[in-house]
Unconditional design. Structure first.
Length: 253
């Protein structure tokens, strides 16, 4: 039977380990953040994922981030959600803030550490205590803890914005507002009366398919999320579809 001294020593050792290695318990990981764009804005207009002005509107609501290479993942990280919180400055609230990946941060501090988030001005300010947002923005570069979380786009279904360069034989579209994982590993389409065909990632959150002949609509789309979940948006691209138009499904993960 352990002595009281041994039990007390073990408890102290465990406490020290928790203080030294909180990430092994909480699941949070060390990273860094900067911010860009207007002080209370949505970064740039859309960024390298292709969401354009939608970054300012629900469900994103300007709470967005550009990601360094390990977060952006050559566009495959577009749409993923993360919580970030800063604890190393007196102006930090310590409360987690949820952001969605909408852009790429290709250089500078984004390459200096394993995981870096270049937040919108609004998201960066949200890390601060009340009344301290500008003080925190003036610091500019922070160490944070981050954690991957599901995207909760309750009440919003997945949308497909047909690229302006699409034609009767070629279809490209942006996929946005995916809940759950938020990001995609594969996209397939099914023409009227046909089987499933693999699409290719064009750039960011835009996927493309070159049929070599006139596409037969309506067209269904099957999405595979980064964790392997599959979802079908049946006949979401209608007959008579037009480049530049957005077609919203009635499904989400």
């Amino acid at each position: 039977m352990a002595s009281s001294f041994s039990v007390a020593f073990a408890a102290l050792a465990i406490s020290c380990l928790l203080l030294l290695h909180p990430l092994s318990v909480s699941g949070w990981t060390n990273g860094g953040v900067t911010w860009y764009g207007p002080r209370n804005g949505a970064g740039t207009d859309g960024g390298a994922c292709g969401y354009q002005g939608d970054v300012e509107n629900p469900p994103f609501s300007a709470m967005i981030t550009a990601g360094g290479p390990s977060i952006y993942k050559n566009g495959k990280g577009c749409g993923a959600c993360y919580q970030v919180r800063c604890v190393g400055n007196a102006a930090c609230s310590g409360r987690p803030v949820t952001v969605v990946v909408t852009d790429q941060c290709p250089g500078g501090p984004c390459l200096a550490e394993a995981a870096h988030f270049d937040l919108s001005g609004r998201a960066f300010g949200a890390l601060a205590k009340p009344g301290q947002a500008d003080n925190l923005r003036n610091i500019g570069v922070l160490k944070v803890l981050y954690n991957r979380v599901p995207c909760n786009w309750r009440g919003t279904d997945i949308a497909f914005r047909v690229d302006a360069g699409s034609s009767p034989n070629y279809l490209a579209f942006l996929v946005e507002d995916e809940a759950g994982d938020g990001d995609l590993s594969a996209v397939e389409l099914q023409q009227r009366g046909g089987g499933w065909a693999q699409m290719q990632q064009s750039w960011g959150a835009v996927w493309k398919y070159n049929s070599g002949s006139t596409l037969q609509a309506p067209i269904s789309v099957r999405l595979t999320s980064s964790s392997g979940r599959k979802l079908v948006a049946s006949n979401v691209i209608p007959a008579g579809w037009q480049p530049g138009h957005t077609y919203r499904s009635i499904v989400n993960f």
